[in-house]
Design a protein around this ligand. Sequence first.
Ligand code: DX5
Ligand code: ZN
Length: 233
Amino acid sequence: MRTCRIAPSILSADFARLGEEVRDVLEAGADWIHFDVMDNHYVPNLTVGPLVCAAIRPHTKAVIDVHLMIEPVDSLIPAFIKAGADIITFHCEASRHIDRTLQMIRDGGCKAGLVFNPATPLSYLDYELDRIDVVLLMSVNPGFGGQSFIEPVLEKCLAVRERLDRYQAETGRAILLEVDGGVKPSNIARIARAGADTFVAGSAVFGAKTKAGYAEVIGSMKAAVAAAWSQKA
Ligand code: DX5
Ligand code: ZN
């Protein structure tokens, strides 16, 4: 049985109380903190940078999963490594030299991931699986929280799962499959059945407003994933 990870996106948190929000959501059962970085260039929105990542680092030992929606990518990677990121992912279209960017992240001691927009072809994976720790499939167009899940991404997810399983059978190395955008208690079972193991959820979790609410949403997501995986077996 695979491990299910829930990664709340702080994009929907209360930024005025970010340290507390990070602690609350982890105490409520979250596994990772998903940290969305937007530059108003690669995507039409502006969020947070390495300073804020460094500010939340002392609040938790949990994995900080930095999702870079920025272009260019390479110049900011050293700052996020220094800020305490555990995982750094970037979009295929945002790096001119994907192999170099992946290498740069790993040389800095972080796990590296490639992000695919809904329309980005999976061919970017063809020669790079050995350097990838996480595949992140966007199930909305990047830039904003609270959008609706794009259904054809489920088919794409199945295709990636098949590819990663084949790779694991050949090499013994597991690559994580993360889905980001519009994930909710009502659709997470279908996403889990399509092969994802790591689920980003922003508005669904933080929309619950209180720590008890976060625990309820995260608990129902984990239960739905466990049920989906046990039905499949
Ligand atoms: C979208 C971001 C997300 C997203 C998640 O560009 O990468 O992580 O905001 O938020 P929800 O779960 O609200 O779609
Ligand atoms: Zn994200």
